[in-house]
Design a protein around this ligand. Structure first.
Ligand SMILES: NC(=O)c1ccc[n+]([C@@H]2O[C@H](COP(=O)([O-])OP(=O)(O)OC[C@H]3O[C@@H](n4cnc5c(N)ncnc54)[C@H](OP(=O)(O)O)[C@@H]3O)[C@@H](O)[C@H]2O)c1
Length: 304
């Protein structure tokens, strides 16, 4: 978990002094995804912020934030987007394309990026996790650790926003469909992941740290359904999916290999692997992690 002492970045106060708060150039990949736009909102307005993705975000960004188009398959576009970055937030989402993270790390080295903050996953610590997604995230982390660039790993449990996938069925007939509906997951609000990420980006005090992030309590789909029912003021039914039904639903959205990996993750959840909590959100933000009820109340219009 340590980098080589010969790395010149270790003698550069920009990279070692946690009190370094000068305006920085921060590049966030995943501009059109869930987390990076939230990170941009939490960053100090004095920073120069570049959001990157293939397509431009639909919503206008605040002043001081620009969008630069890039494609993980196009190393030249990555080098262009990363040049001069003091810190880089890395979001990739396709485990069948390991070349994406390889291209990103190569471009970051060539561009002289000062700090990589990687959106990874809590499952990398689970010795029983051997699925495609977890193996991919472990390899991504290793590549970054070997890059010589100071790094920070953000390792969240499942996003609370997965519940948004229930919204159409809830609106239509008040039913939530879930595999293993009584198994618990200490899921986390995307806002909390974003606030922690904004806190550490470019801050030497967080170099070479891995942060496992969870919500404040483990909850089952059944319990989340009860929270939503209470907030909406109407009964909801939580219906159990068989493994075959769940796999078929995953396969409608993802490749067969991804569907297998998601099913394996659900089996580990059933075995209790995703119920543990950490206090990392509170330690790094100074406030308790968001509860599912708080998150759901903030997104109730999507379910109503
Ligand atoms: N969901 C969870 O519960 C969970 C839990 C733990 C960890 N994670 C991790 O969180 C990460 C984010 O996952 P997500 O599915 O939620 O991602 P996402 O929010 O959908 O974001 C993916 C972003 O990557 C960009 N992108 C994809 N392919 C690209 C390419 N070829 N070139 C440039 N940009 C590209 C997309 O932009 P364009 O398509 O517009 O280019 C998009 O902005 C993943 O690494 C996942 O493993 C997720």
């Amino acid at each position: 978990m340590t980098a080589t002492a010969a790395d010149p970045r270790h003698t550069d106060p920009r990279h070692t002094d946690p009190r370094h708060t000068d305006p920085r150039h921060i590049v966030l990949t995943g501009a059109t995804g869930q987390i990076a736009p939230l990170v941009a909102r939490h960053l100090d307005a004095r920073h120069r912020i570049t959001l990157t993705s293939r397509t431009a975000p639909a919503a206008a960004q605040r002043a001081g934030v620009r969008h630069v188009a890039c494609d993980y398959d196009d190393p030249g576009s990555l080098l262009h987007a990363f040049r001069g970055a003091d810190a880089l937030f890395v979001v990739t989402n396709d485990p069948t394309r390991p070349g994406h993270d390889r291209n990103i790390v190569r471009a970051a080295i060539e561009a002289g990026v000062g700090h990589i903050v990687k959106l990874s996953a809590a499952a990398v610590h689970d010795s029983r996790a051997h699925d495609l997604i977890t193996r991919w995230q472990r390899a991504n982390e290793e590549r970054i650790r070997d890059s010589g660039i100071p790094w920070t790993m953000i390792q969240p449990r499942s996003f609370m926003s997965h519940a948004l996938a229930w919204a159409p069925d809830i609106r239509r007939d008040g039913v939530v469909h879930a595999l293993h509906p009584h198994s618990r997951n200490a899921c986390i609000a995307p806002e909390d992941i974003a606030q922690v990420s904004a806190r550490v980006l470019g801050d030497g005090g967080h170099h070479f740290q891995s942060y496992q992030l969870t919500g404040p309590q483990p909850l089952s789909a059944h319990e989340q359904c009860a929270v939503l029912s209470e907030l909406l003021g109407r009964p909801l039914v939580c219906r159990e999916l068989s493994r075959q039904e769940a796999h078929a639903r995953y396969a409608r959205r993802y490749s067969p290999a991804m569907a297998d990996a998601l099913l394996a993750g659900a089996e580990r959840q059933l075995a209790g692997a995703k119920a543990g909590t950490t206090d990392t959100v509170e330690r790094l933000t100074g406030r308790p992690a968001t509860t599912f009820a708080e998150w759901a109340a903030g997104h109730l219009d999507r379910f109503a």
